[in-house]
Write a protein that binds this ligand. Structure first.
Ligand SMILES: *[C@@H]1O[C@H](CO)[C@@H](O)[C@H](O)[C@H]1NC(C)=O
Ligand SMILES: *[C@@H]1O[C@H](CO)[C@@H](O)[C@H](O)[C@H]1NC(C)=O
Ligand SMILES: *[C@@H]1O[C@H](CO)[C@@H](O)[C@H](O)[C@H]1NC(C)=O
Ligand SMILES: *[C@@H]1O[C@H](CO)[C@@H](O)[C@H](O)[C@H]1NC(C)=O
Ligand SMILES: *[C@@H]1O[C@H](CO)[C@@H](O)[C@H](O)[C@H]1NC(C)=O
Ligand SMILES: *[C@@H]1O[C@H](CO)[C@@H](O)[C@H](O)[C@H]1NC(C)=O
Ligand SMILES: *[C@@H]1O[C@H](CO)[C@@H](O)[C@H](O)[C@H]1NC(C)=O
Ligand SMILES: *[C@@H]1O[C@H](CO)[C@@H](O)[C@H](O)[C@H]1NC(C)=O
Ligand SMILES: *[C@@H]1O[C@H](CO)[C@@H](O)[C@H](O)[C@H]1NC(C)=O
Ligand SMILES: *[C@@H]1O[C@H](CO)[C@@H](O)[C@H](O)[C@H]1NC(C)=O
Length: 618
């Protein structure tokens, strides 16, 4: 009998090509929250995913893959400031572009998402600006935005057997609603109809409708996007309900699986390859088993990342999701691309976890994975301006990375360009040509690891007339005032007009409304620029030296190797993601003085090298 089963299963696996397969999570490492993915047979059997970008610009990136293992950044749906100028003005770290959904129908790709302005009260429905991006070319430009009126977040269209797109939304932290929306005009037919209130978890969101075997299924994220995050489902014979929850909800979660390095699993989307295999994308944080005890003080600076799990969806039943781990192994069928190409040739981005060797050649543009905090002022960035080939000119902003309140910029822009931290361990460096360009007190240029305006650590060169802050000696870490959105203590210099001298400044701030007040930190350490470095460009480097610590170093850039000296360390747990994740990049600021464009500095040799992806509890 057993032998028969063995023979039968070998036979079966030969017939269906099912076998022990394996791949690694996360598939989109680093700041890639709230993913939505589709499989499009008409476009050379290609998978497409998109993720949330909150305040960042360009935003709503599109990644494509043919094998689910290699993901190429093929376009940014939000790629022109004119598409959404208001993005430059939303304040509050949690505002911006929320969970997008990508869908394909009749030659058109649509991404629907919401620009949320957390500063407005819930009663003011302009707090939620629901928006639609359409294109026939997912590798090129996306159309101008279509706005539609309707409160709520995480919209997703579903087409039944007619042409009408029923768009679900999650509303008022209560449950799932839907209404028909014309995706080419934005016309919505209100009122919303309630579909399902969820299984009882907090914050129902990310709702999606699918139809299979004569059932309509609603998939939902519940529990909030932190430790209690989970995937639940319900189904009905009618699109409009009533919906009945799955008997074994939640269908996927990491809550209380204390051995898992991958926590906060949820916000799924389901899609099926032409070979029949079902998949779910979702989000997760690599935070480890202790995360559930104290998620606001855990170590996961890269934030919410995109994971993939195989799904078994038997006919007439609820789907079964494999649990999330770093190495996914099991009896599932990975796609076998027909040609040698694992990603499309089209699209001008690179693989999602590629290194950078960017030399800003004359005539080139900055690559599409470079990011700005809110909408950049284009005139503050110029590739290889005259007399400075192979550099990116940064024209300084008055605002530094913290800004005046750690939260907003009122459209003024911060001169800052970055990329995602895509590996647990990495090195990032640039060279900065500062001498003769930074000339006045408070002028500063350098590099940063940045979670948001109130959580970032920097190393740079700064000119100062005095190192005597009003009431503190440099080098001390002290707590901020009690009021979490209160002003940042100003370091007024004693002798502002004295001849300024160059210093290496290691500085930063770690303040989050989520965190204990006494965990708030800010640091400023000044070291006079070593005499022998003063005539060179300076090389700055940030390195994740292990899973908990980043080092900040500097040295004189020369033709032979650079001797880097470490000036400071910070910890991943001081950059707790609210919703996003860390980026690394370069900035130029006059720290509130002299007006915009007080100076120009030139950065070069932009290097990012991934060293290791840690995917199991270290
Ligand atoms: C399919 O791939 C081929 C070869 O790269 C390309 O020429 C063609 O445009 C692709 N078609 C679509 C719809 O992407
Ligand atoms: C909603 O907020 C917008 C933007 O701040 C404002 O113009 C509008 O007056 C507000 N509407 C209500 C009803 O408060
Ligand atoms: C959407 O609106 C356009 C323009 O009015 C119209 O041509 C199209 O038929 C509408 N689509 C649906 C599904 O009603
Ligand atoms: C939203 O929720 C609040 C309380 O949670 C409730 O009072 C209010 O009626 C709800 N609004 C709608 C439109 O459901
Ligand atoms: C996922 O893990 C949970 C907890 O260990 C377990 O109850 C569940 O059966 C697992 N799911 C699958 C599909 O293995
Ligand atoms: C800078 O690059 C431009 C365009 O390639 C070239 O014409 C020019 O000669 C270069 N200048 C220097 C100083 O190398
Ligand atoms: C950052 O800029 C603000 C003004 O926008 C200023 O108050 C603050 O002191 C600056 N930070 C540093 C480290 O100079
Ligand atoms: C330094 O100044 C800040 C803000 O002005 C104040 O909150 C703090 O108590 C002062 N510290 C000392 C030691 O005087
Ligand atoms: C910080 O505050 C929390 C309560 O908010 C308290 O439990 C903890 O002991 C405090 N830690 C320190 C170092 O004071
Ligand atoms: C990481 O390196 C820092 C600095 O050397 C050290 O204090 C810390 O214990 C290390 N952490 C781990 C997890 O090895």
């Amino acid at each position: 009998m057993q032998l028969h089963w063995l023979i039968l299963s070998i036979l079966m696996s030969g017939l269906t090509q099912a076998r022990q397969s394996s791949f690694h999570n996360p598939i989109l490492p680093g700041f890639h929250p709230d993913p939505s993915c589709i499989f499009v047979p008409e476009y050379n059997e290609t998978f497409f995913c998109t993720t949330s970008t909150f305040n960042w610009f360009p935003g709503v990136p599109v990644y494509a893959s043919r094998d689910l293992l290699h993901w190429k950044h093929v376009s940014n749906a939000l790629n022109r400031p004119e598409q959404l100028p208001y993005l430059g003005y939303v304040n509050r770290g949690q505002s911006g572009i929320y969970a997008p959904t990508i869908r394909y129908r009749d030659g058109v790709f649509s991404i629907i998402t919401t620009l949320v302005n957390q500063a407005l009260p819930r009663e003011n429905l302009t707090r939620w600006d629901n928006i639609i991006f359409n294109t026939r070319d997912p590798y090129g430009d996306w159309d101008d935005l279509i706005h539609y009126y309707g409160p709520g977040i995480d919209p997703t269209p579903f087409w039944d057997d007619d042409e009408i797109a029923w768009v679900t939304s999650t509303f008022n932290s209560s449950g799932v609603v839907h209404a028909p929306v014309n995706l080419t005009t934005g016309e919505i037919t209100l009122p919303y109809k309630w579909l399902w209130m969820g299984s009882g978890g907090a914050s129902p969101e990310g709702a999606r409708v699918y139809k299979k075997d004569g059932w309509y299924y609603v998939l939902l994220a519940e529990g909030g996007t932190r430790e209690k995050h989970m995937v639940t489902m319900a189904r009905s014979r009618s699109l409009h309900g009533p919906y009945e929850g799955a008997p074994n909800n939640p269908l996927l979660t990491a809550y209380k699986h204390t051995d898992s390095y991958f926590q906060a699993v949820g916000h799924a989307d389901l899609f099926q390859h032409s070979n029949g295999q079902w998949w779910a994308s979702g989000l997760s944080v690599r935070a480890g088993g202790n995360y559930a005890d104290d998620p606001y003080h855990a170590n996961f600076p890269m934030g919410r990342e995109t994971i993939l799990v195989p799904v078994d969806w038997p006919e007439g039943e609820f789907p079964i999701f494999q649990n999330v781990s770093g190495t996914m192994t099991g009896d599932f069928t990975l796609p076998q691309p027909s040609g040698p190409e694992t990603v499309p040739r089209e699209g001008n981005g690179q693989l999602v976890d590629a290194n950078d060797e960017v030399d800003f050649e004359p005539g080139c543009q900055t690559p599409p994975h470079f990011l700005h905090w809110r909408i950049p002022h284009q005139k503050n960035y110029k590739v290889s301006p005259q007399g400075h080939n192979n550099t990116l000119a940064l024209r300084s902003s008055m605002l530094n990375l913290t800004g005046f309140d750690g939260d907003s910029s009122l459209g003024r822009g911060q001169t800052f360009v970055s990329r995602r931290q895509s590996h647990t361990l990495f090195k990032f460096s640039v060279e900065v040509d500062w001498k003769g360009y930074l000339t006045r007190d408070s002028e500063e240029a350098g590099i940063t690891i940045f979670q948001d305006q109130s959580q970032h650590f920097n190393i740079g060169v700064v000119l100062l007339s005095s190192t005597e802050p009003k009431n503190q000696t440099s080098g001390t870490i002290y707590p901020l005032p009690e009021n979490e959105f209160g002003p940042i203590p100003e370091l007024t210099r004693a002798i502002p007009d004295a001849e300024p001298k160059p210093y290496i400044r290691f500085g930063g701030i770690s303040e989050s409304s989520f965190r204990r007040k006494n965990a708030t930190r800010w640091v400023e350490e000044l070291t006079e620029l070593p005499e022998e470095w003063t005539d060179s460009k300076l090389k700055f480097q940030i390195e994740a030296i292990n899973t908990t610590h980043y080092s900040f170093s500097a040295g004189a850039a020369g033709s032979s190797g650079v001797d880097l000296r470490v000036f400071g360390y910070t910890r991943g747990e001081l950059m707790v993601p609210v919703y996003s994740g860390t980026t690394v990049g370069a900035y130029a600021t006059s720290n509130g003085r002299y007006g915009e464009g007080a100076f120009e500095t030139y950065i070069s040799k932009w290097r990012y090298a991934g060293i290791k992806q840690v995917i199991e509890e270290p």
